[in-house]
Design a binder for this molecule. Structure first.
Ligand SMILES: [Mg+2]
Length: 231
């Protein structure tokens, strides 16, 4: 059965979110004069990302707004450090300003999208807000490949791994799920979610060895492997 469309996750699939967040938080903490509170830059990044891993799902479940999870992350981070802050919204905005100058696409993203142009429909299904993801994709030069075919959980009302958002992505492309590939870096949200929704599931694992996946999930090590996917 041929693949006629490809839906993409954004963060840590097309765009190096982890690398960008690292640069952003380290520049921000240095500028704020509080990087020295940590044993190492790695420890600072680990705390920031660890809190994100706990608070971001509260946005995905609808408990917090997108801005609400930013505020919750900031307040927890500063409380942990014992640093007072009159305006945590502005504090997060200063972090975001550092981060937003550092967005980078993975080097295999643009070549794949250029190769797919004209022969395969492409779109985005992302657990985030559409304005935020649109700006990021524009910044790294990938937006023209997607046009308006960007579906985000904030506007849709359900988040991966809910099958509804994957099926809505297929509908956006005008294709049945069995003809649509989904590629993402998260096993739980992306790989399992897409497979269980009936799409062709590709789990992107850029690093590590001895990676195994359940039936119905194809492990790829680079987006280049999607240039001519089997079947
Ligand atoms: Mg991702």
């Amino acid at each position: 059965m041929s693949i006629r469309g490809v839906l993409f996750d954004v963060d840590d699939t097309l765009i190096d979110y982890s690398g960008t967040a690292r640069i952003g938080i380290l520049k921000h903490l240095a500028t704020e004069g509080i990087l020295d509170l940590f044993e190492s830059p790695d420890a600072a990044v680990a705390l920031w990302r660890g809190i994100e891993d706990e608070e971001y799902p509260r946005f995905l479940s609808g408990e917090l707004t997108f801005k609400g999870q930013q505020l919750a992350r900031t307040q927890r981070f500063l409380a942990y450090l014992g640093v007072g802050c009159d305006d945590p919204v502005a504090w997060f905005a200063r972090y975001a300003a550092h981060r937003d100058t550092a967005w980078t696409a993975f080097p295999d993203a643009a070549p794949l999208l250029r190769a797919l142009d004209g022969r395969t429909r492409v779109g985005v299904v992302s657990n985030a807000s559409k304005p935020y993801q649109t700006v990021k994709l524009r910044t790294v030069g990938l937006l023209p490949h997607f046009g308006e075919d960007i579906l985000c959980s904030d506007e849709f009302g359900a988040a991966k791994p809910d099958p509804a958002i994957f099926l809505a992505g297929c509908e956006m492309l005008g294709l049945p799920p069995e003809h649509v590939a989904y590629v993402g870096d998260r096993y739980d949200w992306d790989a399992l979610g897409a497979r269980d929704a009936g799409l062709r599931s590709y789990w992107l694992v850029r690093e590590g060895s001895g990676i195994a996946a359940d039936a119905g999930i194809t492990v790829i090590r680079s987006l280049a492997e999607l240039d001519s996917p089997a079947g």
